[in-house]
Design a protein around this ligand. Sequence first.
Ligand code: NDP
Ligand code: GDR
Length: 372
Amino acid sequence: MKKALITGITGQDGSYLAEFLLQKGYEVHGIKRRASSLNTQRIDHLYQDPHEQNPKLKLHYGDLTDSSNLTRILQEIQPDEVYNLGAQSHVAVSFDSPEYTADVDGMGTLRLLEAIRFLGLEKKTRFYQASTSELYGLVQEMPQRETTPFYPRSPYAVAKLYAYWITVNYRESYGMYACNGILFNHESPRRGETFVTRKITRGLTNIAQGLEKCLYLGNMDSLRDWGHAKDYVQMQWLMLQQEQPEDFVIATGKQYSVRQFVTWSALELGIELEFKGKGVEEVAIVKNIAGDSVPGLYIGDVIVKVDPRYFRPAEVETLLGDPSHAKDKLGWVPSTTVQEMCAEMVSEDLKAAKQHAFMKANGFDVPIAIES
Ligand code: NDP
Ligand code: GDR
């Protein structure tokens, strides 16, 4: 039985990857951070009670900032594969916490690689690094492929640049099977609530249930190449099953604006929107509502506004990936379109919003966690 260690197992990708590897028959180990409240919601459905059986999923407390902890966990598990998904992954937050982001996202990668080497596991343990399209930053070439020069535009992307190169360096220096997946944005119903797609689907479903009045967003012109996280984790695994380690771009090859994602999400709820104004003045107004699908909402209501607080000190305006290398070598074909993914996200968030509205209507004052 193969053993895998996943850092970031409590995150979006970590949860899908853990599911995938368990289905493949792996023993899966994950590193979770100590938090003052439970942070395992995304993997709770995979939990097996160690008192009843020998679980195939095992969690270890740890942190990418703690080398001795990482070394001890690796020594204990001796994994065949390590997936380094753990990160302070929010680009906007990285401008507020640049040093922490560098420590976790950049140095954290070095700590793991060095622990593998120190323990003499460099010929046994294969290593996947969660690299990102944010490395491309300011446009150098469109679409972006494995050979496109990097121009990072945030402390997050600069930290990930270090992680990218240290992974390449350990491969070249020590013959490690180590590779970078340069993944473009991927989303799902499990996406963190403060990334733009989930913020939109959650915000609009709350509005449709009368729980919120207006959704505030930043740069609506931003263009992204969005895929489904469930598809993308399969590529993470495939990258570690090749004869030779290589770096791959994983993307859909199509890009859409934030505004377009708002439009699709609203249409899923039966709401047709009209956008008026430019820049900070832009708003989305309800133009039509299908049937009586959204009681309490009226034509002419303004339900999306721009708040410059969400503008970034330096923006990545446009990302579009060229996945042809992954297609040729890994047989990559995304199984979900962005519209299908948007529909799935709206549907899941609508269920939660309906439950919330039901509780509220029945006298339970449950506040909505609105973190942006
Ligand atoms: P999430 O933000 O959903 O998950 C991040 C994970 O990292 C969480 O489990 C988090 O733990 C953990 N983590 C954060 N800080 C530390 C730390 N100091 N030590 C250990 N673990 C830590 O990210 P995604 O699942 O979306 O992304 C996975 C990886 O892929 C990240 O590295 C991200 O940068 C990268 N990536 C993501 C893309 C995307 O579009 N989703 C695209 C390209 C790259 P906790 O739950 O406790 O917060
Ligand atoms: P990104 O994702 O920065 O691409 O990083 P995010 O969803 O945060 O932003 C995408 C684009 O939308 C614009 N935007 C807003 N973003 C947020 N979060 N909130 C808003 O209100 C808002 N309004 C407009 C942003 O400016 C940006 O242009 C994600 C993360 O998962 C990274 O870890 C990963 O490496 C990259 O994707 C690929």
